[in-house]
Design a protein around this ligand. Sequence first.
Ligand code: CTP
Ligand code: CA
Length: 226
Amino acid sequence: FDFFSKKNDFSGRKVLITLGPTQEAIDPVRFISNHSSGKMGFAIAKAFQQRGAEVFVIAGPVALDLSQKGFQVTHVSSAKEMYAAAAKLHANIDICVFSAAVADYAPLEAAPEKIKKQDAELTLKMVKNVDIAFELGKLKRQNQIHVGFALETENEEFHAKAKLDKKNFDLIVLNSAREEGAGFRHDTNRVKIFHRDGKTFHSELALKSEIAELILDEVKKAPVWI
Ligand code: CTP
Ligand code: CA
């Protein structure tokens, strides 16, 4: 018997992970989205599962085979759909990881038919999407842990800490945006993690699978866990 094994340190825990981008329809054949691959969220989902958790994945459109892993997967497209799926599960979840790159704005309404090319300019009216992490943060119970993500291009730590506060996260993972080999589409990443109580952690550049294990270790340092 291996007393030091991490294998089942999350057994009995229910974990919800949002991952990937969202797509916001312009018309039946076009959308607005972003470059999120969902790889970091997928790595976190795998790590939780390997360490014994029951894993619920809410995935935007990604080129990942989520069916292989035995997760309970809900596929969504828009931010609105992602929010509905997450809100439905939230009450029964112990740990929520908000790794999705949710589109901040969506077209006011999707055109019912394909928009025909007309003038030299096209103006699209956009409205702000629901902030999933913020809304669920308001419902967070004492014994729930919320993990947020941030990707910033300037004043990184300041913005990340502001989001930690605003969205009621217990910890936030700051992705390095400026570094070669980290973030969107890459298999490697470097992160800084800020806890609500002031603890911080800085990782090396490492495989997303390794970063995922480190994030799980940090989750266990949240005061609610102990
Ligand atoms: N998030 C979310 N729903 C949204 C937007 C963001 O759940 N509509 C979550 C992300 O999954 C992430 C965290 O909130 O965990 C921070 O996302 P980010 O885009 O960095 O924050 P925003 O509040 O959208 O601020 P910004 O103007 O910097 O994009
Ligand atoms: Ca945003």
